[in-house]
Ligand binder design. Structure first.
Ligand SMILES: [Zn+2]
Length: 267
């Protein structure tokens, strides 16, 4: 175990901080989050008992979304916050009290390093990875409000093309629950592209039990919000990442004045 000031800690001196930000001074109303950006594992936890082949799969992170998110942040001039540790360590888009927060099994893979985890060890993962990320998201929203900058929360994810043997036809999906403003605009724009199979709350819908970022930071704080899920095979290389970032830059750029016209872009 690592220790600092006599207290046991999870992240040691060789581990990077969980939270990373891009374009923190970006002026866009869109504030981008990426809960499943990375697949790092704290050194203390080794490989969680899994081979590298499993740790590269979608169960560990959202394949391809990092490149899309970074480009989108740059092109929209939008602040992006990301969490760099694997969702197998702790899932930053799950309420910490649900079983999938620290999954014992993901899709069909058992995660030995999460079997029989003590409540102290689970609390440590939360305190050092989950909490700092969400505290920072909160602080950013506060700071934007104080600065008079409107905030539209866009939570970026990617999904595996085949889950538990079932193929998913959608290229991209909007994910939402209580926001009635942004998801319909986004759906309309995506459908107007003409070449996309668009999921309306597919392959997932947002709920209070299966999500954290949108319910807690978007809905509870009264922000216009949506989740976006892109199919992983479409963003599996830099050309795919670029093409989806370009497309979303254009679409969100067209939606911004529509939100403005509806009076929805106040801080
Ligand atoms: Zn995700």
């Amino acid at each position: 175990m690592n220790s600092a000031n006599g207290t046991t800690v999870l992240l040691g001196t060789e581990d990077v901080p969980p939270v990373h930000e891009y374009n923190a001074t970006g002026r866009s109303p869109f504030f981008l989050t990426c809960d499943h950006y990375g697949r790092l594992i704290p050194r203390e936890l080794g490989d969680l008992g899994l081979p590298e082949s499993e740790l590269k799969r979608h169960i560990a992170w959202d394949i391809g979304i990092a490149g899309v998110a970074e480009r989108l942040s740059k092109q929209l001039d939008a602040h992006l916050i990301v969490q760099r540790y694997s969702r197998l360590v702790i899932d930053c888009n799950r309420p910490p009290h649900v079983a999938s927060s620290i999954p014992r099994i993901s899709e069909a893979t058992s995660v030995p390093g999460n079997e029989g985890i003590s409540s102290e060890a689970a609390a440590m993962r939360r305190a050092e990875i989950f909490d700092p990320y969400h505290r920072r998201v909160d602080a950013i929203i506060d700071a934007r409000r104080s600065a008079g900058l409107p905030t539209v929360l866009v939570s970026l994810h990617s999904f595996t093309p085949v889950y538990a043997g079932i193929a998913r036809p959608w290229h991209i999906g909007t994910l939402y629950h209580r926001d009635t403003h942004l998801p319909p605009l986004l759906l309309k724009s995506l459908r107007a592209e003409g070449d996309l199979v668009v999921g309306d709350n597919e392959p997932y819908a947002v709920s209070d039990d299966t999500d954290y970022t949108i319910p807690v930071h978007g809905e509870a704080r009264g922000l216009i919000n949506t989740g976006i899920e892109i199919r992983q095979d479409l963003v599996a290389d830099p050309a795919g990442e670029k093409s989806w970032a370009d497309r979303l830059t254009r679409i969100l750029g067209e939606i911004e004045p529509l939100l403005q016209a509806q009076g929805l872009l106040s801080a």
